[in-house]
Design a protein around this ligand. Sequence first.
Ligand code: C6P
Length: 426
Amino acid sequence: MDVARIRQDFPILSVERSGRPVVYLDSAATSQKPRSVLAAEDGYYERTNANVHRGVYALSVGATEAFEAARERVARFLHAPSASGVIFVRGTTEAINLVATSLGRHLLHRGDRVVSTVMEHHSNIVPWQMLREYSGIDLDFVGVDDDGRLRLSDLDRVLDRRTKVVTVTHVSNVLGTLNPIREIADRAHAAGALVVLDAAQSAPHLPIDVQELGVDFLAFSGHKTLGPMGIGVLWGRPELLDALPPFMGGGEMIREVHLDRVSYRESPAKFEAGTPNVGGAIGLAAALDYLENVGWDDLRAHELKLQRRALALANDRFEGRMKVFGPADARDRHAVLSFSLKGAHPHDVATILDGRGICVRAGHHCAQPLMERLGVPALTRASPYLYNTEQEVTELFDGLEDVLRVLYGGPHVAPESEYVGPGLGP
Ligand code: C6P
């Protein structure tokens, strides 16, 4: 993989911060966008823009065709049998809210159980908690072991005839753990439950095949997969989508509206009320073209190299002073590297790194239950992607030495104690 050439496709990487080109290591929050994506979205607004599914004039027909071609492109990306299961939404958050709300209106009743996990992003916990609040369902969670993997033995406890839904992340946005989805899906299905997969952190890094994964619903965000913000996808098995009631009501999702009754169109129209983000969908299709053109094997090899370099530097330069969270073996890690630096609050770490033009995320990463399980109030997270170099990973660790220099006067001054802050576990 020619990273130098790839970097030229991303204009933002030559923007200077603190007098040097930005070192962008926050792709799990949002990825940067290649020129082809920017051009696809611009081109749509420059030459094709009109509302879709509404006009009989040629411009609107062209916009509709481009929008539906983007849907087909997403279906190919997901290895979905047809495009009818692809629903355009704003992102993973909206997709999971759609599933939770529609299932809540149709399938889930007081006393039914939904199973999630302790490593989920809030987007895959809170919508189900809201359902618990309003519909009286029970919510149970699969735990996380000390190596940052799901404790699958918990499935024996939580899977029974009351369990209607198992909802799980493919890759953790904090630990980088890749979960064994096929195994979980098979066990959930054997218990009669549906499976919802949060692919927000896997779709940017791994080939996705909804048929091989064996899931019933899958959500991902365009903006983490090189695409624009405000566009994402919910894929659902078409026969399930047909049975579900709509999420939002409004234009284009109806068959007939009378004051005393309403009927709905088939999926995906039933779930796409209002004017969709057509430019975003077209940008997303261009992003998926770009990603698949790079090639999954080359991307994985590159990301593995970056993870290995990071783990080696953590060990060589910060032994005993840095704790890296998640699976110890680089081969089992994807997307992110979360760590705590002894004696340094993650917000101080991120702020001092920003002074060197290095962008990392600090905080609870929208995964507070996981933070509680790990016994930390917050972590620092670097999330490299296809455009990052090994040199940038080294710069991150140079920057971390700087952090200790700023806070303690020298990189090799090991503070006596861990950082202790509010919410730190025992
Ligand atoms: N995680 C992060 O920095 P949206 O915001 O809807 O595009 O994606 C939500 C979401 C859902 N699931 C997982 C596993 C995620 O990582 C995210 C987004 C970002 O970790 C922003 S909080």
